[in-house]
Design a protein around this ligand. Sequence first.
Ligand code: SF4
Length: 494
Amino acid sequence: MEKAVLSKSTFIRGLQCEKSMYLYKHHYGLKDEVSPQLQAIFTQGTNVGLLAQELFPNGVDASPPDHFKMQESVFKTKEYIENGESIIYEATFQFNGVLAALDILVKDENGWKAYEVKSSTSVSDVYINDAAIQYYTILNSGVDLRDISIVYINNQYVKSGDVDVHELFTIESVYGKVQEVIPGIPNRIERFKQVINQDGVPDIDIGPHCSKPYDCDFKGYCWSHIPDYSIFNISRLSIKRKFELYQKGVVSFHEIDLEVTSFNTSQLLQVTSELDNQTYIDRPRIYAFLEDLNSPLHFLDFETMATAIPIYDNSRPYQQLVFQYSLHIQSEHGDLKHCEYLAEANPDIDPRKAFVKQLISDCSDEGDILVYNIGFERGKLCDLMQLYPEFSEELGNIVGRLKDLMLPFQNKWYYTPEMKGRYSIKAVLPALVPELSYNELEIGDGGLASYTFTQMVLGQFEGDYQSSRKALMEYCKMDTFAMVKILEKLQKVL
Ligand code: SF4
């Protein structure tokens, strides 16, 4: 059998950018490192795929022994079909130099049907292209395919008892849409083969395609000529405008001609602040913000987890579930007290009820509660009010006392060049309180905190359990302590 040149994933890569496809085939080592969080998304995809097999139980598995032995899957699949198997997992086909593996192939009274499983919650255009290359390869391998469907997550499913796969998954036929794409497939394949066989890396510059539909994993290589802080960091400037500037040779701030480039007020402030190395402070607005705060001040931060396959009853796929909070309470005289909650990482114990009880007790019923990005904490509290109506009055009290410490920075009432157009707490803290830093922490961002706790719940955590729990607490505590210090800085400024 001729060696496959393209796989389904390299084909999809080629549709996004031929350079990415070429680099993947010939310079794989230039690919960006896979972060633990991204790896978790891949692992989640594998788990979702395995669970979806229960929609069509008792099939045979044509998986290869490893990723480099896909040909073995092709032979196994052929053998299974010849032996009359009617449900095949990881069925793999090869035609015209293209290798395509399919999650589930099923034969019923109407003939063969293909099912490709995705851990997302809707069908996107990429999935249609994905299904089209599969359909093309399977059909031309001699299988009379009658239908092809995408199996994806139904985010309205609420778990109650064992996961019901028929409720968790939605099956949507994409046969009609695939037929529209199929006529263009052979030419694409020929084109991609030519590109792969050419001598040098395709001459393709960076562009909006670097992030659409996916964030390309060769950005570290292709974007190396772009400084860490550039016109691409101008906040809320459309990607189209950014690349218009780039095409004109404008990359650094000092290359911007303010006479001919229009920005909105906030963007202009960011640009001029950088060019003049100047801090902007809107004292009246900050004064009004501070005047409106009522002691004792509470500084609150939540950590959440979200999984495609719900773990706890009364939760939906990808619903963000609270498992941890940190709370600093500052009296009128400035005394500081710290409270915290970190759930047991146990798939049989829903972390939310104990979280709610302790939060209500720790927040008492007076004084404002400062959070950073109010929409997040308020959203989670509203979810909890719905889930536990018996606590809705106390939780409603907490919601009514929330105030957002992000406002002065989001609205650029306080802006320094070090903030680099951002206003997240991770950007504001080093700019305002450089002596405090997340850098020394073992867990230094919310994504890693969520990943760590989820791995613990799923029993897949490989690190030191106790020290990582301590690291989780240190991280969340830092978030609220940072808020205390940022507020202190605002007070000092006045
Ligand atoms: S970073 Fe952009 S230009 Fe480079 S390979 Fe990826 S998509 Fe293509």
